[in-house]
Design a protein. Sequence first.
Length: 277
Amino acid sequence: MLIDDHFNPRPTDIIVATSPKCGTTWLRALVFSIINRNSFDFNNHPLSKANPRDLVHFLEAHIRGDRSTVSIDGLLSPRLLSTHLPYSLFPKCMTDDASSACRFVYICRDPKDVLVSKWHFANKLRPKELPPLPLEEAFELFSNGVSHYGPFWDHVLGYWKASGEWPKKVLCLKYEDVKEPSGCVRKVAEFLGVPFSPEEEKKWIVEEIVKLCSFESLSNQDVNKSDTRSGENPMSNSDFFRKGEVGDWVNHLSPQMSEILDKITEQKFQGTGFSFH
Ligand code: PAP
């Protein structure tokens, strides 16, 4: 396994985990600003100059040995890393060992919105010579479990089950919490062992973080508006900001598509205690 060969886990690692298009950008920004809240001024914050992808190292890029990637072996602890890998692919010393303090903060999202977001993203990255990917084709692939990093539902279940078994190790959030972000920020801080003090609450630090990481704020930073494509990196920072809404699927999916996806979700999550509502 590549991860066993190329990743040296540390007990203090904090891993932001997601299936693609479930809120990676938002969660990277939230966790980065929560754990570094005493290091930076909110009026001159790294998130106003860099995309969250540049502040939270992507584990898979390191494993693949991308030339543009800084070695994560040289980072100071605690390291904040991001991944799309399923929980089952991590070494047992990280996932099944209660004595390891490493933590996973996971976020998932209604699969109907995930599909729509993925489809838009795929078309942005699609070579100009090719015709756009039809939504029907994207739907067929997604609903049949053909996704990067494995079937969407299995990805969610892997982390969800782990959060039940190891609640101090795995925290599961939902993108839909974007509507009530302050609760989410407090939950993450508590989980990571850095809860907000009464003084911080009085200074409205939670609200500062919520505002800084909001879609509106991040998508309007120059660094996230400009075209950052390069030979090594075919994706632009702006590609990671589209609408940032809950329920945009109604504008794209047919009633039949949404019914099929809801049915799969219901079947897959039956008896697990998990739901998107
Ligand atoms: P990734 O998994 O490929 O890294 P990810 O950040 O999960 O990408 O997906 C981008 C989605 O998050 C987009 O959703 P949409 O297509 O439905 O609009 C993007 O708009 C949304 N997004 C990006 N930043 C934020 C944010 N700060 N708050 C809420 N949503 C965001």
